[in-house]
Design a protein around this ligand. Structure first.
Ligand code: KMH
Ligand code: ZN
Length: 308
């Protein structure tokens, strides 16, 4: 049987702003619509952030999540993965609040503190749609994305109690060692799911050598105890997805991490990126995983045990 590849689609997110692409969804209706379309196109997992519907700013308000989660659940069988890294400006307690309310099958969990910067993006825009955007982007040269061992342990304890499986976001090789340390402390159960992240300013760069290095390190640390996926930010999105699928991994796309469908051309939607990566995966001779196959591969609790 052909290897199954899990496509994760990260639908909205915290890096880009409404000025940068009209396709970036930020109202509950648009987030739900694009998430459903992405699932129909082949995404088994939907990684979700919320935004303030009034101005597209990043929101951690559980009510903003609950405004789209039930609609997505009613229309798709996709696995819902809620971000716990949705703000660079507040505490881990605030960041966990949406997941505590919704008890999804999965949540992201960022595996180390780091610079997390996207200020170079500001130089590309003169006019901004909303007042908050320019300062938010420019000031990212000062943001510290805080994910201490204490923060990670708190998430493991409080969301682990809800039987939530984590997408362990690893932006550099040290984060794999942090994860190994936490596993040895008994914080996480195999199979763990690692998202190798390349191309964020503050993390490891998007070169294939780095993917091979991260994968080889993870093999050494976790053996057969893990599943893995690759997220390449910006222009690295599709090339690294193709490399990941070729190497036997899973892939993540979505407007959260790249607004483009090809060089210089904005994507019309999340679904367009899912269709493109699906073509790449199927063209390599692999099949995409259905949501239920993803549930089995990742040992998830099941869509009937969420609270939305
Ligand atoms: N957009 C990713 C590079 C999270 O949601 O926990 C970061 C991210 C963080 O996905
Ligand atoms: Zn995210």
């Amino acid at each position: 049987m052909a290897k199954k590849v899990i496509i994760t689609c990260a639908v909205t997110g915290a890096i880009h702003t409404p000025t940068m692409s009209d396709a970036l969804p930020f109202t509950a209706e648009d987030i739900a619509h694009q998430a459903i379309e992405a699932a129909e196109a082949g995404a088994a997992v939907l990684h979700l952030h919320a935004r303030n519907p009034a101005d597209g700013s990043v929101s951690l308000d559980p009510d903003h999540f609950m405004a789209f989660l039930p609609t997505i659940k009613q229309s798709t069988n996709a696995v819902i993965n809620i971000s716990t890294g949705g703000s660079l400006l507040t505490t881990i307690d605030d960041r966990m609040a949406p997941a505590k309310r919704a008890s999804p099958e999965m949540c992201s969990l960022n595996m180390g503190s780091m610079n997390f910067a996207f200020h170079p993006l500001a130089t590309r825009y003169d006019d901004w749609k909303y007042e908050w955007e320019e300062a938010y982007v420019r000031n990212s040269d000062s943001y510290i994305f805080r994910n201490t061992f204490a923060d990670i342990a708190k998430v493991a304890r409080e969301l682990g109690e809800l039987d939530i499986k984590f997408e362990h976001e690893c932006y550099d090789v040290g984060h794999l060692y942090n994860l190994k340390f936490c596993m040895d402390q008994g914080l996480f159960k195999a199979p763990i799911f690692i998202q190798f992240i390349f191309g964020i300013l503050g993390g490891i760069g998007p070169e294939i050598d780095n993917l091979i290095f991260m994968k080889r390190t993870a093999d050494r640390l976790f053996g057969d105890q893990y599943q893995w996926s690759v997220l390449g930010a910006g222009g690295a999105q599709m090339p690294l997805a193709a490399a990941a699928a070729t190497m036997g991994g899973n892939v993540r796309v979505g407007l959260e991490d790249s607004l483009f469908i090809s060089r210089g051309k904005l994507a019309a939607s999340n679904a367009e990126q899912v269709r493109k990566v699906r073509e790449i995966v199927e063209g390599l001779g692999y099949a995409i995983a259905s949501p239920d196959e993803a549930r089995e591969m990742l040992a998830l609790k099941g869509g009937d045990r969420v609270t939305f």
